[in-house]
Design a protein around this ligand. Structure first.
Ligand code: ADP
Ligand code: 5GP
Length: 241
């Protein structure tokens, strides 16, 4: 049976890495794609753990060889998902999670319509700015110019939320983790009849399905509206069921 491809996108600083790291310890049978990038390692990042770090020349050779399922230019650097990452995870009978930007997510959705896409939003620009500053401070230095650039990009990215099947707002981390875990379980139940994690009794299954359902884009209006207002993004009717 083919594995499930999960995609998560979020504006930089929303807490996506934090959420994904927590998910690692909670969900079995889910592999985390290691992307290729031409940006340099940050903080304690290690080659082939957070990313496969490489040169532009090598990345462009990989593009010419057709090695990428998707790739994009993000903040002036290339980022891409190698096709072999997907093939290897699925051949091991695992599901795969891609942490990729909105351009990459759109390419994957077009190529793999069965994929499950999740958009994580910060609660407001003020909270996002604080998180970006805190992270930069922890990594050495705060450059206000970079923070401003990322805030402007966040607004553009949030405009794409309608392309995603599920929407999470990362206000309280534990809740976002619970919702993300529920989405993985619910999709497994829906496709395989089996959650693969602690949702084996009927009450747990019911709960997981209810939580995941509340995160579907079509059901997220109430939570999403204040975020859109805070970022100044116009609200339209949902497009994805
Ligand atoms: P991303 O991967 O989306 O760029 P990070 O996971 O690096 O973002 O998170 C950015 C900063 O925000 C980090 O300092 C992280 O500890 C913090 N953070 C993440 N989620 C929350 C949350 N729910 N509440 C408060 N701080 C958070
Ligand atoms: P960062 O440099 O902060 O790790 O990541 C910057 C952005 O690049 C994030 O939005 C992240 O999701 C995105 N990204 C990471 N890997 C990939 C990838 O393989 N493809 C695409 N399209 N985006 C990626």
């Amino acid at each position: 049976m083919a594995g499930i491809l999960f995609i998560i996108s979020a504006p930089s600083g929303s807490g996506k890495s934090t959420l994904v790291n927590q998910l690692r310890s909670l969900v079995t049978g889910l592999e985390f794609s290691v992307s290729w990038t031409t940006r340099g390692p940050r903080g304690s990042e290690q080659d082939s753990r957070e990313y496969h770090f490489t040169t532009r020349e090598h990345f462009e050779q990989m593009i010419r060889n057709g090695e990428f399922l998707e790739y994009a230019d993000v903040f002036g650097n290339y980022y891409g998902t190698a096709r072999c990452t997907l093939q290897e995870a699925f051949s091991r009978g695992r599901d795969l999670l891609l942490d990729i930007d909105v351009q990459g997510a759109s390419q994957v959705r077009a190529r793999m319509p069965d994929s499950v896409s999740i958009f994580l939003m910060p609660p407001s620009p003020e909270v996002l700015a604080t998180r970006l500053r805190n992270r930069s401070r922890a990594e050495g230095s705060v450059q206000e110019q970079i923070i401003e650039r990322r805030l402007a990009k966040a607004r553009q990215e949030i405009e794409n939320y309608r392309e995603y099947g599920y929407i999470l707002v990362n206000d309280i981390l534990d809740r976002a983790v619970e919702e993300m875990t529920a989405i993985v379980s619910a999709e497994r139940i829906r496709r395989n009849g089996d959650a693969g994690i602690a949702a084996d009794n009927p009450a747990d299954r019911e709960r997981v399905l209810r939580i995941a359902d509340s995160c579907r884009q079509a059901n997220s209006e109430g939570r999403v509206r204040p975020v859109l207002e805070a970022f100044g993004v116009p609200e339209l009717s949902p497009t994805v069921e």
